[in-house]
Design a protein around this ligand. Sequence first.
Ligand code: ZN
Length: 235
Amino acid sequence: MKHTMRILCLMMCLMLFFGTALAYPAGFLVYHGDREVNRIAITVDDIYDANVLRAMHELSVELDFPITYFVLGTQIRESDKDIWEDVIARGGEVGNHTWKHPYLTRISIHNARNQILLTQEAWDNLLGYHYPLRLLRPPFGYYKEGNVNLLDMFYEYGVEKTVMWDVSYTDPAEARKATQNGSILLFHTNYEDLECLKVLIPQLIEDGYELVTVSELLGMEPIETSEEKYVFPYR
Ligand SMILES: [Zn+2]
């Protein structure tokens, strides 16, 4: 009897241990950085249009500010490799925006996981080395809906920050008015947003903001790359 109890107890302990997902830490979900510091970050999502990507990158070089891009796995193109290498070389940053932009809360958790990991694999294959896509921007900002909350899953699969935003205007005057210390501004690779940035960026610099990457805004260590490319293990 005593022996059986002991085995039962051990089994329950094991179930508790392995059945519990890693809990994401405080500060894992961010909408903005420090409100006391005059730093802000420009983020650009989706990258459907390679011409706009090139133009935005040229603008960031010309006006000397970094962009944090959130890429979709399906939009990672060999023909853009030179741009991405230059983005990284000049202090820009790249994060994960999933494989093909689903509502992550409305697909199976395995599919949602694959959306993240397959993008990492494609990204490493493009660069030829491992560059961790440690920032995740969930499509449409959906990480939680009804009983589904994916933050623990994101954390379990290597995401270090789930990055939302606090300014999403594409009209320069509106965007300027809404921006404050620590703001994360959301844009997309289309011509309207490109035109907005051309007007807005000099104004934000004039307003005294320092434009930084999301990692810098959040005080993260620099990204550590390595030789061994990520290989998706669930085929
Ligand atoms: Zn998007």
